[in-house]
Structures are given as structure tokens and as C-alpha cells.
Write a protein that binds this ligand. Sequence first.
Ligand SMILES: Nc1ncnc2c1ncn2[C@@H]1O[C@H](COP(=O)(O)OP(=O)(O)OP(=O)(O)O)[C@@H](O)[C@H]1O
Length: 183
Amino acid sequence: MAETVLLEINDLHAWYGASHILHGISLHVNRGEVVALVGRNGAGKTTTLRAMMGLMPKATGRVRFAGRELLPLRAHQRFHLGLAYVPEERRIVPGLSVRENLRLGLVAAGGEIEERTAIDEIAETFPRLKERLDQEGVTLSGGEQQMLAIARADRPVGRSKSPGYGHLKLPHLMIAVSAAEQQ
Ligand SMILES: Nc1ncnc2c1ncn2[C@@H]1O[C@H](COP(=O)(O)OP(=O)(O)OP(=O)(O)O)[C@@H](O)[C@H]1O
């Protein structure tokens, strides 16, 4: 039977300097599953995701993604395995159109994908962006900006020579941070 667990975290600890933030997180995500991490402000949700992406100064434990151990890998190596991260603040670049913001994501993916095909296919997935490709990204509504941040983070994995953006080499896991105002 094919392996169904895509992501498996066991006993994850993480620190900012001397501050011990994560104390033994364990969870798993199956292929095709959508999982939300919910918790009080400061509980460590973003820190968990940052530790998975290789963005914490110190993390220990086990994080396996599609059978590979992630913690020894650098952030860019994790990215090329098929992890994508959309931070809470979205980071839409001011002064650039929606199309130009998407282009930045394609450059990060390795530059071997035909740009027009890629942007057309992104636009098919997000029709609201398709109508706004030449609008400045930061003038989109909050929800539209979130779509742009997700679309920009999504990309083909690895160094595929296939011309189409649709030729995703799985595994692929998208991590998005979304804020809810809490007290
Ligand atoms: N760079 C940092 N240096 C020191 N402590 C930090 C740093 N970043 C975050 N922390 C602390 O780590 C803890 C966890 O923060 P984290 O951002 O993971 O929480 P969160 O669950 O995502 O919270 P929220 O729901 O408020 O976004 C918090 O107490 C926060 O103050």
C-alpha cells in the first residue's frame, strides 16, 4: 500500500536564543489532507511552521516529509522538496503588479518554467487574480492579496523540463499562516 503520511513531526523542540518555545510537538498530515493549527496567541503555531521550513535558529526532534528527514536540510533544500510557505504578512512587493509579483515566485522556483504558461495556469486557479494581473499587488483586497501570496508560493517542484506549470512533481505541501485577531 502506498504511504499515506506526507508529514510526520515527532518531539519537536525549538528555541529563540535561550527561550525554549516548542516543547515536544508531534503531529502528522496525510496526503491530500488539510490541517489547521489553532491555538491562543503566542502558543507557538508560527514557530512550528518556521521550524518545519528551517527558519528557526535552533530546532531538535524529527520532521519527516515524504520519507526525508528535514531538520538536517537547509531552508532552500526543503523548498525544493516541495514545501511552500506563505507567511502571515504576505510580503506582496509594493510598486509591482500582480503579474510581476507572480514572476518573482517563478524566479525562485528555478527559472525553467515557461512564464506565460505558468501565469496562465495560476490565473485559472485564481480567477480573481486573472482579472487583476496588471493591478498593483498591494491595492488588492486582503483576501485577494492572500490568494496572490499563495499563488506566488506555489510552483513546480524540482528542475522539471516540462513546459507546463501543471506538471507538479509531488510531494507538495503548502503552509499558510493566517491571522485571526484574538485576545
Ligand atoms: N524572534 C523571536 N525572539 C524571541 N521570542 C520570539 C520570537 N518570535 C516569537 N517569539 C515568541 O515565541 C512565542 C511563540 O510565538 P509564535 O509566533 O509561534 O506564536 P503563534 O502561536 O503563532 O501566535 P499568534 O496566534 O499570536 O500569531 C511567543 O511567546 C513569541 O513572543
